[in-house]
Design a protein around this ligand. Structure first.
Ligand SMILES: [Zn+2]
Length: 336
């Protein structure tokens, strides 16, 4: 098959890893590379599918081969061969937790991608914990996150290219880890830029990331309450309080997360809470979960809406969790 034919016949939608919404000749949704909720567009043309991202697409449409080059961080020839099916193992497949209705198999990043991602995570974590990561340390400390939390979640510090600001910027790296039968799996690395550049992005994902849920490896079988929260930093803040019997997971920021994965996980819990910044978004997630679940509204103090991290910084998160979830936080008993 020629390059033209490969680009013409590849179904882009099947490569993306999450569902996009149909809108006429287009499909629209979250960008598999940089997130968001509607910035990524797939256009169906006689020459084949083309994709575009408002944030990271460089202002033009791209082909299926371009997609693979970006996803697998590989050269043109490798991407072409991947799509031709010549490559032995571009991706591996595991089955999602088996709750009815049986979810679609989940495609995870390839072993090679995972090995590279873990190397980046290790490097970033070294940088954070030693002198050169001072900016990262300052940022996390100012957000009320303890050193123990940095270790537990393998947080790191890195300079990452921001395609919008067109330069490298300092960022906190946050790996998305999970366990499967064979051991540790890494599905995504998200970077939170910390230098407050209004011209740039707030977050970017490592190319090829296929985020499932943030915090999956940390879930205890014995927990009977699930708290699904928007934003990794909020999840870290909640986790740090150690609410007894509560699993804290995040679908990331700005409308990420796969409905089938969230449903399968949520169904293991007696009680599910959803907490987004925006009440409309909370409703969307409640609908996505398709089961009874409670919503948490960000507390308002003096007209200011406070998310989990802001409550943590004000020393109010323990009380808030205690009142809303009716659970004690182990952290408050450990003393400071
Ligand atoms: Zn993008």
């Amino acid at each position: 098959m020629s390059i033209l034919q490969v680009n013409q016949t590849t179904q882009l939608l099947s490569l993306i890893g999450h569902d996009l919404k149909k809108a006429g000749r287009y499909h629209v949704g979250a960008c598999p590379f940089c997130g968001g909720d509607d910035r990524f567009t797939v256009k169906h043309t006689p020459e084949g599918d083309r994709w575009y991202c408002r944030e990271c697409g460089g202002g033009k449409y791209h082909t299926a081969i371009d997609f693979i080059m970006r996803r697998d961080d590989c050269d043109f020839k490798t991407a072409y061969q991947t799509l031709m099916g010549k490559n032995l193992e571009p991706t591996q497949t595991v089955t999602a937790p088996s709750i009815k209705p049986t979810p679609k198999p989940i495609t995870l990043p390839s072993h090679e991608w995972q090995a590279q991602a873990l190397q980046l995570v290790d490097k970033a974590s070294d940088l954070l914990l030693f002198n050169k990561g001072q900016a990262g340390q300052d940022y996390l400390t100012q957000r009320g996150l303890h050193r123990g939390t940095w270790y537990a979640w393998l947080l790191g510090f890195a300079f990452v290219y921001d395609p919008k600001a067109k330069r490298n910027r300092p960022a906190i790296s946050m790996p998305w880890l999970d366990m499967d039968a064979r051991g540790e799996v890494i599905t995504a690395v998200k970077y939170r830029f910390i230098d407050n550049n209004p011209e740039g992005l707030r977050y970017i994902a490592l190319a090829g990331s296929m985020p499932l849920l943030f915090g999956l490896w940390n879930v205890l079988e014995s927990d009977n309450t699930l708290l699904l929260v928007e934003g990794e930093i909020n999840a870290l803040s909640l986790w740090q309080c150690l609410p007894r019997g509560v699993s804290v997971l995040s679908f990331g920021s700005e409308g990420g997360g796969r409905a089938d994965v969230m449903q399968a996980i949520a169904n293991k819990y007696e009680c599910v809470f959803v907490w987004c910044d925006d009440a409309e978004r909370t409703k969307q997630y409640q609908a996505m979960l398709a089961r009874p679940c409670e919503k948490i509204q960000s507390l308002k103090i003096d007209g200011e809406k406070l998310d989990a991290n802001q409550l943590l910084q004000k020393g109010e998160l323990h009380n808030f969790l205690n009142q809303i979830l009716g659970v004690e936080c182990l952290d408050s008993q450990l003393g400071k």
